[in-house]
Design a protein around this ligand. Structure first.
Ligand SMILES: Cc1cc2nc3c(=O)[nH]c(=O)nc-3n(C[C@H](O)[C@H](O)[C@H](O)COP(=O)(O)OP(=O)(O)OC[C@H]3O[C@@H](n4cnc5c(N)ncnc54)[C@H](O)[C@@H]3O)c2cc1C
Length: 868
């Protein structure tokens, strides 16, 4: 479906990806430009993009989960896009270099200067123009010259400038060839980075999750965050993959100093000399580049009058503007050789196109200007910067999105004092335009009077900035002047998030230029071998290990055991557990007719409605389903609080029921059991079908033929035996190659018993049930051994939660290519299971624990340490 180097995380073979030198998080305006630049400089880049090639409702919903407080920040929902190309899919592509004022200390606004000199960015603006295909763009005087127009002279307060627009605004299109063809650039879609792994002060892994729940960790010597202002702050605020806070999490500016432009209607313009007005203020097109005239407050005037950075432009309103917009896109589409317009509207629009095309084409050809009818008037729009405030902030909320990541809440604050800049500038601009004899300006009276109430009507500009500001030291910002995160050697931020103040300009051009500056410093470090660690470090690594497959369907190394699930009165609780497992990334579910008083299959089936295709399910036959009356179930649900408080009352009851049950492997029994399981699970097939607690004598030729028949009918995909280990081993030897899977218990107490092989898949269970309590008790009696093992594992193993994590990780290590089943009645613990599955440092702890445990424990667990 995709070309050579463009993949989706949920489908890609992770082992086949090239090892990157740089990971870029986010494929929007900044990330794509940086990726292209680095790849063209022969550096190996992995770009991780949360969205896919098209905007989808499901993906976009993750952006829309954010909320705001304070001034309405509409762009938080309607101005951010989770798709390859990010905002460039919908922006105009207006490119404006930063206002000089931000490089100066402005004590009257309490704004600190940017920690870099303006000259440090100039070369990168030029490079950005080149990459965007605007090598031929002209300086302002040259534009006027080519238009054959003498502009009005700038006044001491107002500068008349041009902004430039990218000829191809959609960066996924602009860099399509790099994305699809460059051997140095791998783009992974549907790959949201959700956490980092760190060692000392280095990021050593970017944990990534797809919408379908597939996860992987990617590694490279350098990591760059280019995932847009709000998402950059969000990612930096999240805990590390280990659950620990990130080293930068205490930075006083993290998430703070959020900015947007204050955008507003200032009033109307009534041209005195209409022709001259259009001559000055209509957009111009020269050599394929569009230029827009803007009026900005001169830098000296800002100093003199102690104001902020601000600019204005005119909007031409027409009853025909909708049709005009269609005509423009139609012409653009024709020129690009592809249709971005809705062709169904073409016949309806044809008349208008004919009507417009003559003046449009004539004005374009003869004057290189846009035709701007203005029968509904000319509006003056202002765009002003706001002062950075600690209280204007991006924060994490209690809510989580469907990937399990905390949602974002943005508090957008704008001070009343900002009215001074808006009002004074509006008056200066009116004076300038009227003085030049161009138009009469009628300002909004509240604005002219400097009334702060005017601010109630402001808009945001879809220009989110700040939250990870740059500064000379960590007390003043989140990143240094080279955009490196304070507290991390190899983590950089590229984007408007780093702006300590914004000036008036649209933010993206400078963000791109700063990103290109980061590229240069990374390339320099790689060329001079100043990588944070040796280059051999760079690798792409599926989390912890490769994912196991059942009948060709990829699933997860950790499966959820459903023995505790019950339906009916406790369905909601059961669903919560299943959803927590899914959120944690678990995709395999193991159930049986006998589980949950006979209702676990109903509970699982109900919880998985609509998600069947995302998971693999194993169920069994052989132990009869208990027939429990509904009033018993109700009484059980009502007694749940008592059971929770006194777990010893019911501990083991379920397993005793199962152990006491009679084994039944008659063919009609197996058939009826399967039919009933499919009905209750609301599915047409089982991924795995086990003979439950089968002994060698149960596995007759007749049973084998029958099972084979079920497999060939597609009712079950794989067949296995779930029994004790010795029975499994004997059956495997007796029927070589018949069974696809074996399932038996394994814990650290069987440490010298690796999986016996003989099947495509080994599943183990009871890693905690068999070991947590005895090992925990032993460690509490032997503090010296506990200390030595804790040191080896680098974790405090006297804490039950840590011990549980390590024991489970040991089971994962012992069954590297298979599936380990685990369970819990607590949703938080279930979520944690998912984290254990992927945690690289836990894996290291488990390895050390596995090596040291036998010596420490000696023969203490002798009797239990036999195969279970
Ligand atoms: C209608 C409109 C018009 C605009 N016009 C202009 C203009 O003319 N000029 C201008 O300068 N600006 C304009 N903007 C603003 C501009 O679009 C943004 O400033 C710009 O897109 C920001 O670029 P970026 O690369 O930092 O982020 P984005 O373009 O937002 O890209 C970020 C990317 O990161 C991905 N992502 C997010 N989180 C993760 C994660 N955890 N893991 C992986 N990927 C992730 C997102 O899916 C997205 O693709 C406009 C915006 C809008 C909405």
């Amino acid at each position: 479906m995709y070309s050579d180097m463009l993949f989706e995380l949920s489908r890609v073979d992770l082992g086949a990806l090239p090892a990157p030198e740089i990971i870029i998080v986010g494929g929007g305006a900044v990330g794509l430009t940086m990726a292209a630049e680095l790849a063209r400089k022969q550096r190996r880049v992995l770009l991780l993009e949360a969205g896919t090639k098209r905007v989808s409702r499901e993906s976009q919903a993750l952006m829309e989960g954010a909320s705001w407080e304070g001034f309405p920040l509409v762009g938080l929902h309607s101005g951010r896009f989770r798709v390859l190309g990010g905002g460039t899919n919908f922006w105009g592509g207006q490119l404006v270099p930063m206002d000089q004022a931000v490089f100066l200390d402005r004590p009257w606004r309490e704004e600190t200067a940017w920690p870099i000199a303006p000259e440090e960015i100039q070369a990168y603006y030029r490079r950005a123009f080149e990459l965007i295909g605007m090598r031929q763009q002209l300086e302002d005087p040259e534009v006027w010259k080519r238009l054959g127009i003498t502009p009005p002279a700038s006044s001491s307060n107002i500068d008349l400038i041009f902004t430039r627009w990218a000829p191809e605004p959609n960066f996924a299109q602009l860099f399509a060839e790099d994305i699809e063809k460059s051997p140095n650039l791998t783009v992974l879609l549907d790959a949201q980075v959700t956490a980092f792994e760190m060692e000392n002060d280095r990021v050593v892994g970017a944990r990534t999750k797809s919408l379908s729940g597939r996860e992987a960790t990617f590694r490279a010597p350098f990591v760059v965050l280019a995932n847009g202002t709000v998402e950059i702050a969000r990612l930096l605020m999240l805990p590390l993959a280990s659950g620990q806070p990130a080293p930068w999490s205490g930075n006083p500016w993290l998430g703070k100093g959020f900015l947007d432009h204050v955008d507003c209607d200032a009033g109307s313009a009534y041209p005195i000399d209409k022709e001259r007005f259009h001559e000055i203020f209509d957009n111009a097109y020269i050599d394929g580049v569009k230029y827009s005239p803007k009026l900005k407050l001169a830098c000296d005037a800002q100093m003199k009058h102690e104001l902020g950075s601000i600019a204005g432009h005119f909007l031409f309103n027409s009853s025909l503007s909708e049709h005009l917009a269609f005509a423009k896109s139609f012409v653009k589409s024709l020129m690009r050789g592809r249709f971005d317009v809705d062709l169904k509207s073409l016949p309806r629009e044809a008349l208008f196109i004919l009507r417009f095309s003559l003046p449009l084409v004539l004005r374009y050809i003869f004057y290189r200007r846009m035709y701007n009818p203005a029968d509904l008037g000319i509006q003056l729009r202002l765009t002003s910067e706001q002062r950075a405030l600690m209280s204007s902030a991006i924060t994490l909320s209690e809510e989580r999105d469907c990937l399990g990541v905390p949602q974002v809440k943005v508090v957008w604050k704008v001070e009343e004092a900002e009215i001074a800049t808006l009002s004074r500038f509006a008056l200066m601009l009116a004076e300038y335009i009227e003085g030049a004899g161009l138009a009469r300006i009628e300002l909004d009276p509240r604005l002219a009077a400097g009334d702060p109430a005017f601010l109630q009507g402001i808009d945001d500009a879809n220009h989110q900035m700040g939250g990870a500001r740059m500064a000379g030291d960590a007390a003043g910002g989140v990143v240094d002047a080279n955009l490196r995160v304070f507290g991390a050697q190899n983590l950089f931020v590229a984007g408007a998030a780093v702006y300590p103040s914004s000036g008036f300009p649209n933010p993206t051009f400078t963000a791109i230029a700063l990103g290109l500056r980061v590229c240069d410093s990374i390339v320099d470090a790689l060329q001079n071998d100043r990588t944070p660690e040796s280059k051999a470090e760079s690798r792409v690594e599926p989390l912890a290990r490769r994912h196991p497959k059942i009948a060709g369907v990829e699933t997860t190394p950790l499966g959820f055991g459903c023995a505790y699930l019950t339906a009916g009165w406790e369905q909601r609780k059961s669903s919560r557990l299943i959803h927590a497992a899914l959120e944690g990334g678990i995709r395999h579910f193991d159930v049986a007719p006998s589980y949950g008083m006979g209702s676990a299959e109903d509970a699982l089936g109900a919880a998985l409605v609509g998600r069947r295709s995302e998971v693999t399910i194993a169920s069994k036959a052989g132990l009869a389903r208990p027939q429990v009356k509904s009033y018993v179930m109700a009484a059980r649900a009502l007694a749940a609080p008592i059971r929770r408080a006194l777990p010893m009352i019911t501990r083991g009851v379920g397993s005793k029921v199962v152990q006491g049950a009679r084994r039944q492997f008659g063919l009609p029994v197996i058939e009826a059991s399967l039919t009933e399981s499919l009905r209750r699970l609301r599915t047409d097939y089982l991924d795995l079908f086990f003979l439950h607690q089968a002994e060698p004598e149960d596995v007759t030729d007749e049973v084998l033929r029958f099972l084979d028949d079920l497999r060939s009918k597609g009712l079950v995909r794989w067949i296995g035996v779930a029994s004790d280990r010795s029975a499994c081993e004997t059956i495997a030897v007796a029927h070589p190659g018949f069974f696809d899977a074996f399932q038996y218990s394994w814990s650290i107490l069987n440490h010298d018993c690796p999986p016996f092989g003989g099947a495509r898949l080994t599943l183990t269970h009871r890693a905690l049930l068999n070991a947590l309590q005895p090992v925990g008790e032993w460690l509490s009696q032997r503090p010296d051994a506990c200390q030595r093992l804790s040191e080896a594992a680098q974790m405090d193993l006297s804490a039950e939660r840590n011990l549980a994590d390590v024991l489970l990780s040991c089971a994962l290590l012992a069954n590297e290519d298979g599936i380990v089943l685990a369970s819990s009645r607590k949703t938080q613990r279930v979520r944690r299971l998912g984290e254990v599955m992927e945690n690289q440092s836990l894996k290291n702890s488990a390895r050390a624990f596995l090596a040291a445990f036998p010596q420490e424990a000696g023969t203490y667990f002798g009797s239990e340490a036999r195969p279970a």
